[in-house]
Design a protein around this ligand. Structure first.
Ligand SMILES: *[C@@H]1O[C@H](CO)[C@@H](O)[C@H](O)[C@H]1NC(C)=O
Length: 323
């Protein structure tokens, strides 16, 4: 009996020893993890502040993104919805004031953008560089995101010193976005001092379809950047297709820029465009084209959409609308 007791107590002792050992291991592991996290965080904090104060690297600073930013930029709708339900703030900002809605639009993730807007995301949010979600949508050519934002009250155009959605869409050839912006009230002739008008941007970037869209919407064919006309820009780039388009819409070949040069003078010597302009100069204009320009000028930019109501044959209407 005594032997049995002794045996039992030694079993109890070993169980106790094992338990203590396990507890010790657990505590030391926890302590290790704790110090590791603290050290890791210090490093992270130092990195964030270094990036924050180093101006050149500011744009690569994503250290402070929230889970909602990540989910929105990757287009993970379920994750976005879950995070919203869990009570994450939809207007959470990074150091640069980027919102999750900015991210969703940059990734062309319209379902995520919609979920964020329905949960109260600010459609007019602006980063410290003045970039709006609409600018991001136009930058990547996301017509659906742009329309979603505009339908929900986003400003169709920004102040002149902020990045302009219509100039961005034009420079990248996203004419669907240009169309949406103009439909929602962006000024087609919006003039930014260092960029000029959207039409001028289209000519500089040789974006034929955007130039056509802007002109059809009634953009002023003469308005460029300061004294440089769109025709100057197209001639300088030797882009004959855009030059033809501008002339079709009544561009003046005799207008002069700051250096008192005409478009033909800025075209590369003996280029296709120079030859085309010289020939155009020497050729009488078509009466039908002159009539079309005259009628469009009389109707005026803001009433061009009413051309369809004129009692005219379809062919004539299409001609007037450059279709
Ligand atoms: C966005 O800004 C515009 C112009 O400031 C304003 O009219 C519009 O109501 C704003 N939209 C929202 C949803 O706050």
């Amino acid at each position: 009996l005594e032997d049995g007791d002794r045996c039992e107590s030694s079993v109890e002792k070993s169980i106790l020893a094992l338990f203590c050992f396990k507890l010790f291991v657990k505590i030391s592991l926890n302590l290790l993890t704790y110090f590791y996290i603290v050290r890791g965080n210090r490093k992270e904090a130092a990195r964030i502040s270094a990036e924050f104060y180093d101006y050149g690297q500011r744009h690569s600073s994503w250290a402070d993104r929230s889970p909602l930013h990540d989910a929105a930029s990757q287009g993970r709708l379920l994750a976005v919805r879950t995070l919203i339900v869990q009570g994450h703030n939809v207007n959470v900002l990074t150091i640069d004031h980027v919102t999750p809605l900015h991210e969703a639009c940059l990734g062309n993730h319209v379902a995520c953008a919609r979920a964020l807007i329905e949960a109260g995301a600010n459609v007019n949010a602006s980063t410290i560089d003045g970039v709006s979600p609409l600018f991001n949508a136009c930058s990547v050519g996301s017509v659906t995101c742009a329309e979603l934002l505009l339908e929900n009250g986003a400003k169709p155009q920004t102040l002149v010193y902020q990045p302009s959605p219509i100039h961005e869409a034009t420079s990248k050839g996203h004419y669907g976005c240009v169309e949406a912006l103009v439909t929602w009230g962006t000024d087609v002739d919006m003039d930014i001092p260092h960029l000029g008008t959207p039409l001028y941007t289209a000519c500089v970037c040789q974006e034929l379809e955007c130039a056509r869209k802007l002109l059809r919407e009634g953009a002023n064919v003469q308005k460029g950047r300061s004294l440089d006309s769109p025709l100057h820009a197209a001639a300088e780039k030797d882009c004959t297709a855009v030059v033809k388009l501008l002339l079709d819409f009544g561009a003046d070949i005799n207008t002069r820029n700051m250096e008192y040069q005409r478009p033909v003078d800025v075209a590369p010597p003996s280029s296709l465009t120079e030859g085309f302009l010289l020939l155009y100069e020497a050729t009488p204009r078509l009466l039908s084209q002159m009539c079309r320009q005259c009628i469009r000028t009389c109707v005026g930019r803001d009433r061009l959409h009413l051309l369809a109501h004129l009692p005219l044959p379809n062919r004539l209407q299409r001609y007037l609308k450059y279709q």
